[in-house]
Design a protein around this ligand. Structure first.
Ligand SMILES: Nc1ncnc2c1ncn2[C@@H]1O[C@H](COP(=O)(O)OP(=O)(O)O)[C@@H](O)[C@H]1O
Ligand SMILES: [Mg+2]
Length: 330
């Protein structure tokens, strides 16, 4: 059973709450879980519990074991970057929930900052450092490989719903999407977050904290880079013709990632995935909500033109994108 009543019973049974009159307040934003702020006497924390069916229009089910992968990811990262993840409380593998520190006070959601046009290269630099450290630490790590052996989950939530669903809508590009889907499913390089998006990153002056790690997968790190970079490109399009200063963030993110985990051979993998994810956020199963039809068409034209060229230099993609954006709406 789902819902706050059932959750309170579970928390009482497991000794996570100990007073009467505990208050549960839903935290906004979730599509795949129940997430509540819990006020129990003097204690305040957050509890997240997986739902078997996502709260989106299309029927979209996911394996609830992803809740365990989320707290395993947080626990794994906390060993070497404790500040970059919320402190963990009780974790229940049997009832698919966990408790964590409530990040309150001066924390802001990065997506809200970007939507409001508040670009900051320092944020890109911090995100690059965190991501590169997680990738570097887990490179070839047998424990991470065992804990995050989640390819079927990643296939369902990312490869199928982003790549294959998008390819199916673009017959001319379909073979490229299918080839990439097959390649991606076979990579085992390091620990991937899988949803490394500004909406899942909270920022305070002292700390940047990564949330929502339920798509964690031991696989292809280029996915995390392309996923985040895509958000910068889309925010630039959202704000065009106004220059939202996204280009410096894109460049800084890539450069700073390379400083911590040099992997120049990854660039074409990132570039290809970036183009595919751009189109996926228009025609895949999880489209962005903030782009108007003209901007969605801009993406289709850009990707249809660039993907078959097979030149995935990030500088080239950025130059072309911002060149086209400069002419947007004129
Ligand atoms: N520990 C936390 N402290 C404060 N806010 C949180 C915390 N965990 C989640 N949130 C808020 O709730 C939102 C949804 O949580 P998230 O883990 O991203 O769930 P979903 O998988 O449904 O997207 C986040 O975007 C964030 O705004
Ligand atoms: Mg989220």
């Amino acid at each position: 059973m789902d819902g706050p009543g059932a959750l309170i019973k579970l928390l009482e049974r497991d000794g996570v709450i100990c007073t009467r009159g505990t208050r549960l307040t839903p935290l906004g934003g979730g599509v795949s879980c129940e997430i509540y702020l819990v006020e129990d006497g003097d204690e305040t924390f957050v509890v997240k519990r997986a739902l078997a069916k996502l709260k989106v229009k299309a029927d979209w089910f996911a394996d609830i074991s992803r809740n365990r992968h989320e707290w395993e990811y947080i626990r794994y990262v906390a060993k070497f970057l404790p500040e970059a993840v919320p402190a963990l409380g009780h974790c229940s593998a049997t009832d698919n929930y966990f408790a964590m520190e409530h990040l309150s006070g001066s924390f802001l959601n990065w997506k809200q900052l970007l939507l409001a046009g508040k670009a900051n290269v320092e944020h890109a630099s911090r995100a690059a450092d965190i991501l590169a450290q997680i990738h570097r630490h887990s490179d070839g790590d047998a424990e991470a490989m065992r804990l995050f052996d989640t390819t079927p989950n990643f296939f369902q939530l990312r490869i199928e719903s982003y790549l294959l669903a998008t390819g199916a809508k673009h017959p001319a590009l379909r073979p490229l999407f299918e080839t990439e889907a097959a390649r991606l499913a076979g990579v085992r390089e390091c620990l991937v977050h899988g949803d490394f998006s500004p909406k899942n990153i909270l920022i305070s002056p002292e700390r940047m904290v990564v949330l929502d790690c339920e798509v964690a997968w031991y696989g292809e790190p280029a996915f995390d880079l392309a996923f985040l970079l895509n958000h910068f490109f889309l925010k630039a399009l959202l704000h065009a013709p106004k220059d939202a200063a996204m280009r410096p963030m894109i460049d800084k993110f890539w450069i700073d990632y390379q400083m911590v985990r040099p992997s120049p051979e990854m660039e074409p993998r990132v570039g290809r995935l970036l183009l595919m994810l751009m189109l996926a956020r228009v025609d895949g199963k999880s489209p962005v909500e903030y782009l108007d039809p003209k901007r969605r068409e801009f993406i289709r034209e850009f990707v249809q033109e660039q993907l078959p060229v097979e030149n995935f230099s990030l500088r080239r993609i950025s130059d072309l994108w911002f060149d086209c954006l400069g002419k947007f709406g004129k």
